[in-house]
Design a binder for this molecule. Structure first.
Ligand code: FES
Ligand code: FES
Length: 159
């Protein structure tokens, strides 16, 4: 029997209250219940990172977290990075300028992982950036342009 519970999250600054089955993932809650479709469903097993969102500032694979587990949290998706006027944030602009997306499927999760990286406020070299992105897979770009984009914001060396 499905147990219906109510989950309230602040999603990109907007308070959203919706029903959630006890076993509904955060990703399904966002996409199918709250109509927040920018986090992507890739593997559904916590491997690819396409579903990465920030939960209270921490990157989370939303496909393997239950919505009910994060009740009352603040969730940020890639749609929450740009300003209300639509102006891209620094990382989004860097991805654009470096051509860091091809098909774009990984990009919402990649940008959220990168956002947390940059938020640490420390200088990151390219090897560190590559290592920190181990949970976010991209089958298109070979990562070079992605690392270039993040390095341009996080103070790492271009190369
Ligand atoms: S869809 Fe969540 S990690 Fe792949
Ligand atoms: S741009 Fe296609 S998977 Fe990364």
């Amino acid at each position: 029997m499905t147990q219906d519970i109510t989950v309230t999250l602040t999603v990109n600054g907007r308070t959203v209250t919706r029903a959630a089955g006890a076993h509904l993932s955060l990703l399904r809650w966002l996409r199918d219940v709250a109509d927040v479709t920018d986090p992507k469903y890739g593997c559904g097993e916590g491997v690819c990172g396409a579903c990465t969102v920030l939960v209270d500032g921490e990157p989370v694979s939303s496909c393997i977290v239950l919505a009910a587990q994060v009740d009352a949290a603040e969730v940020t998706t890639v749609a929450g990075l740009a300003g209300a006027d639509g102006v891209l944030d620094g990382l989004q602009q860097a991805f654009l300028e470096h051509g860091a997306a091809q098909c774009g499927f990984c990009t919402p999760g990649m940008l959220m992982a990168a956002t947390e990286l940059v938020s640490r406020g420390v200088r990151l070299d390219r090897d560190t950036i590559r290592g920190e992105l181990h949970g976010n897979l991209c089958r298109c770009t070979g990562y070079q342009a992605i690392v270039d984009a993040i390095a341009s914001v996080a103070g790492g060396e271009r190369g």
